[in-house]
Design a protein around this ligand. Structure first.
Ligand code: NAD
Length: 261
């Protein structure tokens, strides 16, 4: 099935997994709205590159995922420009690593807002249009941490378990409307988010960089390899096809066997 002419909002798509999903959808002729933070020139260069490379329209919104009003604005932008969004990828996320006794309250609030509540807000705003059109795809970048925990990641694990629950509820509510809602749950993917938590984990666990990579990050993954952003993006594209129309409410692991253990 062609996705030509559909439109997608991908939160947190200026980097890492979100950017790879945006590019993979654009390669299927989907018009995209990019979102996230970063250097303005670099974002504009990437936006233009997507338009040139794939012959689609690519817009950018700096909407902050901690702010419900801005999230509504992001969905409105896709509505105005493309009559959509037909596809919502809830991907924006941050991490913070600390023992719970010292976990900064503001970090807890930010992680819950960005990694969990923002998905509620995008879905709340986008679902009515999807139902009206009788077609929609909602995909959350969850995590292996939506299924299992690790120490020192209280907020992240709570948010990711929450998003798995939200996914199931939305899947049930949308089931007869041609709209599916699923989680993709990667293990460790080599992105700036993972790179950033290495120094924090070194401090929290009193380890060297090599120890964090091999004994903490890849220790969990039986394959001993990082998942790639392109692998996650390929699964997201598949979930948007007609072949995947009976997959809904699922939490699909892509974690090198981590949660099989
Ligand atoms: P990343 O740091 O490369 O990208 C995060 C994106 O979110 C960036 O575009 C950033 O600008 C954006 N963002 C952050 N705060 C924002 C805010 N307040 N408003 C709008 N955008 C904001 O990280 P990534 O590894 O690509 O992570 C993407 C998603 O994948 C996250 O939800 C993360 O939890 C999840 N994930 C990552 C891994 C991994 O190992 N990298 C594994 C499992 C799940």
């Amino acid at each position: 099935m062609s996705l030509e002419g559909k439109s997608a909002v991908i939160t947190g798509s200026t980097s890492g997994i979100g950017l790879a999903i945006a590019r993979a959808l654009a390669a299927q002729e989907v018009n995209v709205v990019l979102n996230g933070f970063g250097d303005a020139d670099a974002i504009e260069t990437e936006r233009k590159r997507i338009e040139r490379e794939f012959g689609v329209r690519a817009l950018y919104s700096p909407a902050d995922m901690t702010r419900p009003v801005k999230i509504q604005g992001l969905i409105n932008l896709a509505q105005k420009a493309f009559g959509g969004p037909d596809i919502v990828i809830n991907n924006a996320g941050i991490q913070f690593v600390s023992p719970i006794e010292e976990f900064p309250v503001e970090k807890w609030d930010d992680i819950i807002a960005i990694n969990l509540s923002s998905a509620f807000h995008t879905i709340r705003a986008a679902l009515p249009g999807m139902k009206e059109r009788g077609w929609g795809r909602i995909i959350q970048t969850a995590s292996a941490h939506s299924l299992v925990a690790s120490p020192f990641k209280a907020a992240y694990v709570a948010a990711k378990h929450g998003i798995a629950g939200l996914t199931k509820t939305v899947a049930l509510e949308a089931a007869t409307h041609g709209v599916t809602c699923n989680c993709i749950s990667p293990g460790y993917v080599w992105t700036p988010l993972v790179e950033k938590q290495i120094p924090e984990t070194m401090a929290a666990r009193n380890m060297t960089e090599d120890q964090v990579i091999n004994d903490v990050l890849l220790a969990a993954q039986p394959t001993k390899q990082f998942v790639t952003v392109d692998q996650v993006a390929s699964l997201a594209v598949f979930l948007c096809t007609d072949a995947a129309s009976s997959i809904t409410g699922a939490n699909i692991s892509m974690d090198g066997g981590w949660t099989a253990a």
